[in-house]
Design a protein around this ligand. Structure first.
Ligand code: FMN
Length: 232
């Protein structure tokens, strides 16, 4: 069966794209993913925050820009499938600089892992949304390679944000980023950092997000009753 498709303007043999994670940390694993049928791989993100806080560790894949850029080039040499870099920055200067360097390193595309969660009650949702838009506009101007934005499911009006990104010339939206959710240890009464992997039930949120892009179902709002009627 021919499952070929295009994503970010790139021809893919199937729609199976490996999401950003440590799975792509080793070249050998990227090769294995290609052999297992991955049509493209998104590298784990380069985090500007980690570079700033731990410059001494700059040789590590997860932190060092030079190592990350080398990793892109090596991955490109090692496999035929597209290699999509991923970036998370804390400053506009960082977004510009690393987007350019990633482009020069030969990445086929760039995914923006924008992660802005404010703990300040004085910051409005509008301010955060504007900063997302500024970031995307800035990176779009800094590089010509295809651009994906990994989005949050938690905007007040996801459809509006999606349309704004589209208008800025973004080539794809990735639904959705999964923000860090710590547990609370009730015995010790403290926050317990741990990572739980997703379950099939998590697909529902992605499906709900996809609803916004369906031409047939684009009413002014998506009331709960509409969802319920469609499933009965
Ligand atoms: C261990 C781990 C590391 C991850 N690292 C990154 C990362 O560096 N950058 C990023 O954008 N997403 C990262 N993610 C998020 C995944 O790419 C993916 O978007 C998320 O897990 C949601 O997909 P899922 O529901 O299939 O897990 C990571 C996820 C896991 C579990």
């Amino acid at each position: 069966m021919d499952l070929s498709t295009t994503y970010l303007g790139l021809k893919l043999r199937t729609p199976l794209v490996v999401s950003a994670s440590p799975l792509s940390q080793e070249i050998e694993q990227i090769k294995q993913m290609e052999q297992a049928g991955a049509a493209a791989v998104v590298l784990g993100s380069l985090f500007e925050e980690e570079i700033e806080t731990d410059p001494a560790a700059s040789e590590g894949f997860r932190v060092g820009p030079q190592a990350y850029l080398k990793h892109i080039a090596e991955a490109k040499r090692s496999v035929k499938i597209p290699i999509i870099a991923s970036l998370n920055c804390t400053t506009l200067g960082g977004w510009i600089s690393y987007a350019r360097q990633i482009t020069e390193a030969g990445a086929d595309a760039l995914e923006l892992n924008i992660y802005k969660i404010s703990a300040r009650a004085s910051v409005t949702g509008g301010v955060i949304e504007e900063s997302y838009i500024d970031t995307v506009r800035t990176v779009r101007a800094a590089t010509k390679i295809p651009l994906a934005v990994k989005v949050s499911p938690y905007f007040s009006n996801f459809a509006n944000m999606a349309a704004s990104f589209d208008a800025l010339g973004v080539d794809a939206l990735v639904l959705f980023n999964r923000f860090y959710q710590p547990d609370i240890d009730l015995e010790k009464m403290e926050v317990a950092p741990n990572l739980t992997l997703s379950t099939p039930a998590d697909m529902r949120l992605r499906c709900a997000g996809s609803e916004f892009f369906s031409a047939k179902s684009a009413p002014a709002s998506l009331p709960p009753a509409a969802f319920i009627r469609r499933t009965t």
